[in-house]
Design a protein around this ligand. Structure first.
Ligand SMILES: Nc1ncnc2c1ncn2[C@@H]1O[C@H](COP(=O)(O)OP(=O)(O)OP(=O)(O)O)[C@@H](O)[C@H]1O
Ligand SMILES: [Zn+2]
Length: 484
């Protein structure tokens, strides 16, 4: 069976055939880096990590781009409000670029711990201002955009397909684009900003033919996706709340500029919710990954996410995560038993398991079913290993291979490298936490005594060992730095 992907544009599962045989191009909207990543982000990026890993498993050369939004994402999706990063910089009394850099590092640190592969290219919006200006210029030239007072807007009525992805009628799009319509200079309430003139005091701004300003949020993804992957890309992913306006606007501006189809398969992950409401930084109900990692191993969080399908919502609760933890521990125990078992005589037919796993993954990346196949295999393995006969050398090898390729390489939920128990690891981590906190106490004492040489020495030596310190109003915060 070949791979079928649910395409949000056609609202049905379609067989995946890439534009260029053997190569799959994938663009996923990256985070807006103004805070630590939360569990909702983890769902999005773990889901697409499995997509990438499965495509690679099938033999495709995957070109995976995931951007970093470091300018242009306003607090209000309808082209109004403050830039999210500038706002955070104001609150933390620092520069926007420092905020972006700090939270970008924090993001990769968390994703690394979740076993998420880094994208092939991670372009930033601020690093691609000329490409965005070029795109906007093209849209001005071919009549899809217009300028008013240094602001440039995309003219939605010039693109009849607008609304196809989100299924919004013209009127609905108008209404949501028109929250501020009464005082808007737009020709049409649904038109969206491609370029915005900077107000006085705005820090992140660039020269352009229209004004000194900054690009609208949607422009970056089109410009960067097409720069690195070509005018037509195979798969574009992101959270489903981004279908409108973000992805709808991406389609309009890209296709209006090139005259070619922009994306062949649109994939949208569903949301992590808290009591049924979307988890979000802006909604103030988010649970940071760094906080979760204090008590729950990252691999358990990954497993928790993959136990539900990427298109299903996932409600967060400590109880649900704890249940996942004991489930995963059982699978991991079976791996340890397999890795240390002496060969016996029973032959286990493993082909069926592998086939069922493949079918599940080929059916729109159905990870809950794929995981249930691993549990079925674990049950058969445990029964055999607990019997007098044990498993034959050949069967042990076959079972280990399935755990390694499906459980470790594709899903990333089985640790095959060592057979140390998770309790042992947790104890090691606790000790690191304790030691760093002792050193931070000594450093605090040194600073109170104005012994800045000692305080800096502690900071630098910790940095050499990969522990980054950040001094905040509440005291020193630490994290394991990205390149360790
Ligand atoms: N609760 C969630 N569940 C699943 N995916 C999410 C959730 N929150 C954000 N995402 C996804 O993470 C990606 C990056 O989001 P981004 O950093 O722009 O978040 P945001 O919407 O600014 O954050 P927030 O909603 O937390 O303020 C997007 O694809 C988005 O859909
Ligand atoms: Zn995007």
């Amino acid at each position: 069976m070949s791979l079928f992907i649910y395409n949000s544009l056609s609202r049905q599962k379609e067989e995946f055939t890439p534009l260029h045989p053997g190569i799959a191009t994938l663009y996923v909207c990256g985070p807006t880096v103004y805070g630590h990543a939360h569990l909702g982000h983890a769902k999005s990026y773990v889901s697409f990590d499995v997509v990438v890993k499965w495509l690679r498993h099938l033999g495709y050369t995957v070109k995976y781009i995931q951007n970093i939004t470091d300018v242009g994402h306003l607090t209000d999706d309808a082209d109004e409000g403050e830039d999210k990063i500038a706002k955070q910089a104001r609150l933390e009394k620092t520069d926007p670029m420092e905020i972006a850099q700090y939270y970008t590092r924090s993001y990769y640190e968390d994703m690394d711990r979740l076993g998420v592969d880094r994208p092939n290219i991670a372009p930033t919006a601020t690093g691609h201002i000329p490409e965005q200006i070029a795109l906007i210029k093209k849209l001005m030239e071919n009549g899809h955009a217009y300028e008013v007072n240094g602001n440039v807007y995309f003219s939605v009525s010039s693109f009849p397909d607008y609304g196809r992805l989100s299924g919004r009628t013209d009127q609905e799009a108008q209404q949501s684009g028109g929250r501020v319509a009464s005082r808007s200079e737009k020709r049409h309430p649904a038109d969206f900003a491609l370029w915005k003139k900077a107000e006085t005091g705005h820090l992140m701004k660039w020269d352009s033919p229209w004004s000194t300003g900054y690009p609208g949020w949607h422009a970056e993804c089109s410009a960067m996706a097409m720069k690195y992957l070509g005018d037509t890309i195979d798969i574009h992913g992101g959270g489903m709340e981004n279908k409108f306006p973000h992805h709808e606007c991406e389609i309009a501006q890209s296709e209006a500029a090139t005259g070619k189809p922009y994306v062949r398969y649109w994939m949208h992950n569903n949301m992590v919710t808290v009591n049924g409401t979307k988890m979000g930084k802006s909604l103030k109900n988010s649970v940071n990954l760094k906080d979760l990692f204090q008590t729950i191993p990252p691999i358990v969080i990954r497993f928790f996410i993959l136990q539900s399908h990427y298109r299903s919502p996932l409600d967060f609760s400590e109880t649900a995560i704890k249940a996942s933890q004991s489930g995963l521990e059982k699978l991991q125990e079976t791996w340890r038993a397999l890795a240390t078992a002496a060969p016996g005589s029973e032959e286990l037919d493993t082909a069926g398991y592998e086939e069922r796993f493949t079918d599940a993954m080929n059916d729109d990346f159905n990870t809950p079913i794929a995981i249930s196949v691993l549990f079925d295999l674990a049950r058969a393995v445990n029964t055999a290993l607990n019997s007098k006969q044990g498993l034959s050398e050949n069967s042990l090898e076959e079972c280990k291979k399935i755990f390694e390729s499906c459980g470790h390489d594709v899903l990333g939920i089985i640790e095959t490298g060592n057979t140390e128990s998770s309790q042992g690891k947790a104890a090691g981590k606790e000790m690191v936490d304790d030691i760093v906190s002792i050193l931070l106490d000594v450093r605090k004492q040194a600073r109170q005594n104005k012994d800045f040489a000692l305080s800096d020495l502690i900071r630098d030596r910790l940095a050499d060992s990969g522990v980054a310190i950040k001094d905040t109003k509440e005291g020193a915060e630490w994290s394991i730095s990205e390149n360790k």
